[in-house]
Write a protein that binds this ligand. Structure first.
Ligand SMILES: Nc1ncnc2c1ncn2[C@@H]1O[C@H](COP(=O)(O)OP(=O)(O)OP(=O)(O)O)[C@@H](O)[C@H]1O
Ligand SMILES: CCCC(=O)O
Length: 356
């Protein structure tokens, strides 16, 4: 039997959906959301109706019948830290995604929307390799302040999918090789993959690592403390400065790399500096993760939407190529990775894990 699976991937700047018949992608759509469109919502959960409706509309417009689905698989979410794998969406998970037990992230909506669509159809909903997959070594957890350990929050699903792809290109298995993977999306995470485990990674969501289209990345703490206590901002506003309205949005009022390129082409020198600085910070983070791997690096992988920009990729390569062979996989493999995770469970090759 060929199982039909709806995959849902809410990212910070887009909602991507795919329909798979078995492992064959039969429909795909990327719905882009501008920072104004997204910015009107206070919390991620407030976007639930908006994102669900755009998904249902696009399926209807393309004559994809909901009744033909066997499962819904969503990208999730800021749950409690868990091992990688496929999880059935259950009530405790929905609760944690709704309240944002670890915070607000677009992918929190993946599990919620998948469950909502699946519920009415009496089919199962799953999530695969959520952003909280945690395989960090103890050394990497130490933050410098005993009150808070560093956390593993990153584009786990895509990072692992593209690392598997590069391993295949090299004729080996993912868990036989070491990679540094830089996911260049609305958020940017750079992970050190050692023999199939992500032993260190910048927590892209909470202000670590390079700045990105929507994230501030690492910022000077003392100066920021002053700002936080100034009374000028609510907690929500301040959170948005770190994640949502940081990075390119803060500097240039857009979360779209292509807009930035247009600004530069129109003679905006400041836009050029900011965009190049983002590449510079990514290259530095790659260097840092190569060190985490002790210099034993089989490949450096650049992926995510911004990897479509060959100029941006070129700036990173100029600085980081000496560290290892660079693989460029623009966009992401997330929809396929979601479908494959769902399929493994539907076919009985793997048991769905239970989130408690
Ligand atoms: N050709 C291009 N040139 C420059 N930037 C691009 C290009 N194509 C896409 N982008 C940028 O890539 C970013 C989106 O990447 P992606 O689709 O991987 O992110 P997302 O899924 O919305 O969020 P995230 O990956 O953080 O979950 C946006 O900033 C978009 O403008
Ligand atoms: C995927 C978690 C990191 C981010 O969105 O920036």
């Amino acid at each position: 039997m060929k199982y039909r699976i709806l995959t849902i991937n809410p990212g910070s700047t887009s909602t991507k959906i795919g329909v798979f018949d078995g492992d064959e992608l039969v429909f795909e759509e990327t719905l882009r959301h501008s920072s104004e469109e997204i910015g009107q919502f206070k919390k991620i959960y407030d976007q639930y109706n908006f994102r669900k409706e755009v998904i249902l509309n696009v399926l209807k417009e393309n004559a994809i019948k909901l009744e033909s689905l066997n499962a819904c698989v969503g990208r999730g979410g800021l749950l409690k830290p868990i091992a990688g794998g496929t999880y059935e969406v259950n009530d405790p998970m929905i609760e944690d995604l709704k309240v944002g037990v670890l915070g607000q992230h677009a992918s929190n909506l993946g599990g919620i929307i998948a469950k909502e669509i699946a519920k009415d159809l009496n089919i199962k909903a799953y999530i695969v390799d959520p952003v909280v997959v945690d395989e960090m070594i103890d050394l990497a957890r130490v933050s410098g302040m005993p009150e808070y350990d560093r956390m593993s929050i990153f584009h786990a699903l895509n990072q692992k999918a593209v690392a598997r792809k590069a391993a295949k290109e090299l004729g080996k298995k993912y868990d036989e090789l070491n990679f540094v993977v830089a996911h260049l999306g609305g958020g940017i995470s750079v992970g050190a993959h050692e023999l199939g485990k992500v032993i260190d990674v910048n927590n892209a969501l909470d202000g670590e690592g390079p700045f990105s289209p929507e994230r501030s990345g690492t910022v000077p703490v003392r100066k920021i403390m002053k700002m936080a206590f100034s009374g000028e901002y609510t907690v929500e506003e301040f959170n948005k400065k770190v994640s949502g309205k940081g990075g390119l949005v803060a500097y240039l009022n857009t979360n779209d790399g292509r807009d930035v390129k247009k600004m530069v082409a129109a003679g905006n020198a400041q836009a050029g500096v900011i965009y190049q600085a983002m590449a510079y910070q990514v290259a530095k983070e790659i260097g840092s993760m190569c060190v985490a791997l002790g210099g034993k690096v089989d490949g450096i992988i650049l992926t995510g939407g911004i990897a479509y920009d060959s100029e941006f990729v070129g700036w990173i390569k100029e600085r980081a190529e000496f560290l290892g062979k660079v693989f460029v996989y623009p966009g992401e493999e997330e929809l396929r990775a979601l479908a494959e995770g769902g399929l493994r469970v539907l076919k009985g090759e793997e048991e769905a894990k239970v989130y408690a």
